[in-house]
Design a protein around this ligand. Structure first.
Ligand SMILES: Cc1cc2nc3c(=O)[nH]c(=O)nc-3n(C[C@H](O)[C@H](O)[C@H](O)COP(=O)(O)O)c2cc1C
Length: 175
């Protein structure tokens, strides 16, 4: 079976996980911006990774074009976020972004990424500055919000190679 890892990454955290997964499985690694659906259709197992942006998986539309139309494909989607991997975080993303039918064809994973303001492009810098401002205005801040504020001045990196183990095991068992 042919497998590919496709990723979109602004500041490098998702890219790191995508590289680890592709190395571990010894499969092709492609950047979302450089491919189209036609290329993806050459593969049986498609692993997509994108950063979590305002609760949605960035760049995942390319996968949505395949879902339900090509039922023979095994689709694995992972997302990375700055939020800790708390219970419910993934189901919120999945339920908010995918229909029940779409969810049946996909295995989802959430990996703790990181945050590096300096590595963001201008558009995302503006969005995240607004977000920072919104947190600052809150009287009572949660621990996560306090951690997020601290990360604006000092980058945080929670990536760890062990976190890919379950996904890798799952893909290795697909026959
Ligand atoms: C515009 C924007 C929105 C974000 N929204 C979320 C979010 O809703 N939840 C979260 O956990 N992290 C959020 N983040 C943080 C990123 O998901 C996190 O830094 C991710 O690991 C970045 O991956 P990348 O380096 O591959 O781009 C956001 C970042 C940006 C720039």
């Amino acid at each position: 079976m042919k497998t590919v890892v496709v990723y979109k990454s602004i500041s490098g955290f998702t890219k790191k996980y995508a590289e680890w997964i592709a190395q571990e499985l010894k499969v092709d690694l492609l950047e979302r911006e450089k491919i189209d659906v036609k290329i993806l259709l050459k593969y049986d197992n498609i692993i997509y990774g994108g950063p979590l942006h305002a609760g949605g998986i960035s760049g995942v539309n390319i996968i949505k074009k395949i879902l339900n139309k090509f039922k023979d494909k095994n689709i694995i989607i992972f997302t990375t976020g700055a939020s800790p991997p708390k219970e419910g975080i993934l189901s919120e993303v999945v339920d908010g972004g995918f229909s029940v039918e779409e969810q049946k064809q996909v295995k989802f994973y959430y990996f703790h990424g990181g945050f590096d303001f300096d590595k963001l492009n201008l558009k995302n810098k503006i969005l995240m500055s607004l977000f920072k401002w919104m947190i600052q205005l809150k009287r009572e801040k949660t621990l996560d919000e306090k951690g997020m504020l601290a990360a604006y001045s000092k980058p945080i990196d929670f990536t760890k190679k062990e976190k890919i183990e379950e996904l890798v095991k799952y893909v290795k068992h697909l026959v």
